[in-house]
Design a protein around this ligand. Structure first.
Ligand code: NAD
Ligand code: LMR
Length: 328
């Protein structure tokens, strides 16, 4: 039976990730095969023609679930009655930059967009920030979204989560579907902590199958620096894997997480695991009834504590920089 149409806004829709997102969303990858979708594509004037071209191609795709596509450079029009918003529009980093270098260039985009979402989107909207530095941009957007609960905002660390599963599976020559129980903590940056303390591979503890030196010296830095590795190898930042992770994030948020497992997303902290309240930090999460819930009760060993604290310190530093720039 057909469901009500859902409206999804994609910012930066004329860019690389936007292009990789649109066709999958139009084929039902977020809301499923019974839910029609309307797409709103927000761009700056310089990106409008590219977004218009993508809109023409969407039409040419004859997607049976696609009800409408609108291209605009006006944020209130773009977010009007949106059920979900993927905030992708921002400049990507290039070789030699850290994601934090983007704070000044990109963070100013997210305050006005947060305010427009609060004014115009559905009160039940779900917002996923992809544009970097994603955690702090989500903090800034939520800080300007007067009247919207904080838990409507999240930032994407699902790409890191998927990378951790993929790299582990490849190392052990196991199907990725057999790898579970991975957690990304902290910032979507090189300080993140990809934690496999509780990971299992076909039900066996990953730590029994791997030696500590590989985990600490190879696996953790590889996952944390994968974004830079992709930039070096491809010549520009990740696109297909980023779009796929954004779809996974939003799909699981609206559809729920299977019993007995969890994923990773950056959400406003409630103080869990010693992460200061309000910081948008990655946690082990499950989506229940359309809301992310932090999975509580994990024991945190000394190594993990140090790694989580280091990434949280970076998030606090980014929050200070955003304050100094007058963005929050
Ligand atoms: P891109 O340069 O190809 O596209 C960005 C688009 O955003 C451009 O078309 C640009 O015109 C548009 N834009 C800029 N400012 C805008 C605004 N204020 N409103 C609407 N649109 C605007 O870049 P991309 O490769 O698509 O990457 C986009 C962002 O995603 C970058 O910040 C990148 O670092 C980030 N990213 C995040 C992750 C993650 O895991 N969180 C992964 C990959 C990339
Ligand atoms: C990624 O992780 O691939 C993105 O955040 C892009 C980047 O700058 O690393």
């Amino acid at each position: 039976m057909s469901q009500p149409t859902r409206t999804i806004t994609i910012t930066g829709a004329g860019g690389q990730i936007g292009y990789a997102l649109l066709f999958r969303i139009a084929s039902g990858a977020v809301y499923g095969p019974d839910t029609p979708v309307s797409l709103r594509l927000l761009e700056i004037p310089a990106g409008i023609r590219a977004a218009e071209g993508a809109a023409l191609e969407l039409l040419d795709g004859a997607f049976s679930l696609l009800r409408s596509v609108e291209v605009t450079d006006d944020a209130d029009t773009a977010f009007s009655r949106a059920d979900a918003a993927l905030l992708v529009g921002a400049r990507p980093r290039t070789a030699g930059m850290e994601r934090a270098d983007l704070l000044e260039a990109n963070a100013a985009i997210f305050g006005p967009q947060g305010a427009a979402i609060a004014r115009s989107a559905s009160p039940d909207v779900r917002v996923v920030v992809v544009g970097n530095p994603a955690n702090t941009n989500a903090l800034i957007a939520s800080g300007h979204a007067d009247g919207l609960p904080l838990d409507r905002f999240s930032a994407m660390t699902r790409l890191d989560h998927n990378r951790a599963r993929g790299i582990l599976a490849a190392h052990l020559d196991a199907p990725v579907a057999d790898v579970d129980g991975v957690t990304i903590w902290g910032n979507h940056s090189a300080t993140q902590y990809p934690d496999i303390t509780r990971a299992t591979v076909k039900g066996r503890a990953a730590t029994e199958l791997l030696d500590d030196a590989w985990i600490r010296e190879s696996f953790i830095p590889r996952v944390a620096r994968r974004g830079a590795e992709i930039i070096e190898v491809r010549g520009s930042s990740s696109v297909g894997s980023a779009a796929s992770a954004a779809i996974d994030h939003l799909h699981d948020w609206v559809d729920g997480t299977a019993e007995g497992t969890w994923t990773s997303a950056a959400i406003p902290s409630d103080g869990s695991y010693g992460v200061p309240e309000g910081l948008v930090s990655s946690f082990p999460v499950r989506s229940v009834g359309g809301a992310w819930r932090i999975v509580e009760g994990f024991e945190i060993d000394a190594f993990s504590r140090d790694r989580i604290d280091a990434s949280v310190a970076e998030l606090m530093d980014e929050r200070e920089q955003a304050r100094a720039l007058g963005l929050i």
